[in-house]
Design a protein around this ligand. Structure first.
Ligand SMILES: Nc1nc2c(ncn2[C@@H]2O[C@H](COP(=O)(O)OP(=O)(O)O)[C@@H](O)[C@H]2O)c(=O)[nH]1
Ligand SMILES: [Mg+2]
Length: 198
């Protein structure tokens, strides 16, 4: 699928959020989980890449997504949230995250889907569990993605899938690879159906 992403703005405060319009898809994950790589693979371009020092991006970056370059109105908006879990000593998400993140996740009326990225090559992490519990408590639609799945053999994949499902307390889990493109068409389908239901 060919889409045209356009950077809207970088918000460091709730007052800077764009006015709610098209359905939003939020991307969340620990620093280094492969979030930038996955978004770039999804968009098939480097346009969305906002260069940053890992763990230092303390903003929500908004991108409008259209299927035709001449189209003015966004069909959906991607919201790239700051990475978390970067501190060596694991702090709670709320302590580490800027104050405007939780209100975004809890209250944003146009938020259609939260895509939570977890590293498929490591066991469930406390910060991931905490974020997913928070989103579940707010009754947000969420999709958990296991990233870097190309690093696992078939056997390891089955093991990792079971471990993550149990540890994160989710039914569905999609394994993806930004490197090979595995899982990308399923991911697009989920995004589009979430956006059309909003
Ligand atoms: N093998 C493999 N490595 C990946 C994949 N996605 C990201 N990486 C690597 O993981 C590291 C972090 O990726 P990046 O996208 O910058 O993570 P971010 O901090 O979450 O935005 C980089 O070294 C990437 O090359 C993937 O699908 N497969
Ligand atoms: Mg990044």
């Amino acid at each position: 699928m060919r889409v045209y992403p356009k950077f809207i703005l970088s918000a460091t405060d709730a007052a800077h959020f764009p006015a709610p319009s098209a359905p939003e898809i939020a991307f969340l994950g620990r620093s280094n989980v492969g979030k930038s790589s996955l978004i770039n693979a999804l968009l098939g371009s480097k346009q969305a890449h906002v260069s940053s020092t890992p763990g230092r991006t303390r903003a929500i970056n908004f991108f409008s997504i259209t299927d035709k370059p001449e189209r003015q109105q966004a069909q959906m908006i991607f919201a790239d949230l700051p990475g978390y879990g970067y501190a060596k000593i694991s702090k709670s998400i709320s302590a580490e995250w800027p104050k405007f993140i939780n209100p975004y996740l809890a209250e944003r009326p146009t938020l259609a889907l939260c895509i939570c990225l977890v590293d498929s090559t490591i066991p469930p992490q406390p910060s991931d569990i905490q974020l997913i519990e928070y989103l579940q408590s707010r009754e947000r639609s969420l999709l958990v993605i296991g990233t870097k799945a190309d690093r696992l053999s078939g056997n390891e994949r089955v093991k990792a899938m079971n471990l993550l499902r149990k540890g994160l307390n989710v039914d569905g889990l999609l394994f993806c690879s930004a490197k090979t493109g595995a899982g990308m068409s399923e991911l697009w389908q989920t995004i589009q159906s979430a956006a059309s239901e909003k």
